[in-house]
Design a protein around this ligand. Structure first.
Ligand code: ATP
Length: 500
């Protein structure tokens, strides 16, 4: 019956025949055919000497023999290196451009993730003279605009020569960046209101964390992007072109050709796309919005959800009312290792962080990261966590998608995730790039069955119980009681202050 139900879920035909990423091996940089020497050097400066399997596969389908004839849909585990998998080919393919225009757009769901992706592009694109922009609301709209498009005020002196004015108007529309990393909200602001911001030269579109971005439509950013690009699809791109401007200074963008499979039709210009996630949606209704061209599905193994190879998962069973006590005992046993604790909501994150900070003798610096905070505070906290200024971050699910913090050895699910996708993204903050990591999930006895089911979906064959010595729990009881008292006092003081 269950099997029948599974089979009846409609899947798009191209998803039934994926290219298996587990068949690809890591390869040393020097064996990668046609890798630009400056790109190789940048990667070496980043401490990278091999390409990960997903990076090899995407390279082959874009720069390599596949020549980007098909759009790519990549489903690869957290921490497997998806960012460089798309950044490398895009930078290599744009390395021959002569004039700066906005040719590649990368859309990500959150601002902190946008910063992170931009840093990766900066490291590899700048040595090739490519400029990377950020549209994620990191600064005022005016400052952001001045970073993205040439300002007419700077370029316009008084001129009465109509030809010169026309030339300047065209120049005015030029972008300052070749590659833009954007969140949907700010992207829409620029599409709708920024003079001179245009997607007419766009050749590559990347949608990172695709399932999240498709689920939350964000003012219909996707149709808006596709529409702005389609308006100008009047030329075709051949890989040998070197993006020369025509003599009058008007830029014509030559896009890649698309031909419908099985039809001897005229080729048509298209925007080449890469969409990615560790938990890609299979919902045809959602995927169809991406208007993928003859898509190639790249997936790591047969299962829809896959956890990092070097991740160990544990369950920690305890009664609900003593969960904080078990958490403190666990933190103590981790001896100051870098750790992220996930809760079910922004309110729980705030409360838990406050409570943990009432444990006077814990001697672990603990900070909060949640959607309740101002973005500036959040980004600062994240930076300090990256620098190792404190060891434990309590977070809501704002942190789950894509964030890469070096040295996180443990993830703790203080509240058990409801969905396997959430487990995959939370747990995936550790055991990244081949490193080892552990994920502990606290649960009560009545949640054990539900957790088992969830783990089966993630192909996790074993999830042993993590036992905390009862003597440790008993020893912590008095501290817990006084922490609780302190916490309640703090809360009532805060309430009183708010009512005054
Ligand atoms: N070839 C490589 N060699 C060594 N480290 C690498 C390589 N490629 C990427 N990394 C590192 O691996 C880590 C994870 O990469 P990345 O953030 O791109 O993963 P991801 O697959 O996008 O994960 P998520 O699904 O969580 O977003 C980063 O710290 C990155 O610097």
């Amino acid at each position: 019956m269950e099997e029948q139900k599974k089979r009846s879920i409609p899947v798009l035909p191209w998803m039934r025949d994926p290219l298996d990423l587990t068949l690809f091996q890591q390869i040393p940089l020097h064996t990668l055919p046609s890798l630009h020497p400056k790109l190789k050097l940048s990667l070496e400066n980043m401490g990278i000497s091999n390409l990960f399997p997903v990076q090899v596969a995407v390279w082959q389908e874009t720069v390599g023999p596949g020549k980007f004839h098909r759009d790519l849909c990549v489903n690869s585990p957290t921490g497997s290196g998806k960012t460089l998998a798309y950044a490398l080919p895009i930078v290599q393919l744009l390395s021959t451009r002569v004039v700066t225009c906005l040719r590649a757009l990368v859309v990500v769901p959150t601002r902190d993730l946008a910063f992170q992706v931009k840093r990766v592009f900066d490291a590899i694109a700048s040595p090739l003279g490519l400029r990377v922009g950020l549209a994620a609301g990191q600064s005022s709209v005016a400052d952001e605009i001045s970073e993205l498009v040439y300002s007419p005020e700077c370029e316009f002196g008084i001129s009465y020569d109509p030809e010169e004015v026309a030339f300047r108007v065209r120049r005015r529309l030029r972008s300052k960046v070749d590659i833009l990393v954007a969140t949907p909200g700010r992207l829409m602001d620029h599409i709708n209101t920024t003079k001179g911001f245009t997607l007419e030269h766009l050749q590559y579109l990347v949608v990172d964390e695709t399932d999240r971005l498709l689920r939350e439509a964000y003012q219909s950013w996707l149709p808006a992007v596709l529409e702005s690009v389609q308006l100008n699809e009047d030329n075709t791109f051949e890989p040998s072109d070197s993006f020369l401007p025509c003599s009058m200074g008007v830029l014509t963008t030559r896009r890649r050709c698309g031909v419908e499979r099985g039809f001897k039709d005229k080729p048509y210009p298209r925007l080449a796309k890469i969409v990615l996630s560790a938990t890609i949606t299979q919902d045809p209704g959602r995927l169809v919005q991406l208007e993928l061209h003859h898509p190639l599905f790249l997936r790591a193994g047969p299962m829809r959800y896959r956890l990092p190879e070097n991740l160990q998962s544990f369950k920690l069973i305890c009664e609900r009312k003593v969960k904080p006590l078990y958490l403190v005992a666990l933190l103590k046993s981790l001896e100051g290792e870098k750790c992220i604790i996930f809760t079910k909501s922004v309110e729980s994150t705030h409360r838990l962080c406050k409570l943990l900070n009432c444990f006077g003798d814990l001697q672990i610096d603990i900070k909060e990261y949640s959607g309740l905070q101002h973005q500036r505070v959040r980004s600062k906290t994240l930076n300090n966590f990256r620098k190792g200024e404190f060891q434990v971050l309590v977070s809501s699910d704002a942190m789950t998608r894509g964030m890469d913090v070096e040295g996180v050895r443990n993830v703790i699910n203080y509240d058990m995730p409801k969905y396997v996708k959430t487990y995959v993204h939370r747990a995936g903050r550790t055991a990244r790039a081949g490193h080892t990591g552990r994920c502990f999930t606290l649960m009560s006895n009545d949640e054990v069955r539900q957790f088992k089911k969830l783990m089966q979906k993630a192909e996790a064959s074993s999830c042993p119980e993590h036992i905390i010595q009862s003597s440790l729990i008993e020893a912590l009881h008095p501290t817990y009681e006084s922490a609780l008292k302190k916490f309640k006092e703090k809360i009532s003081k805060a309430r009183k202050k708010a009512n005054d």
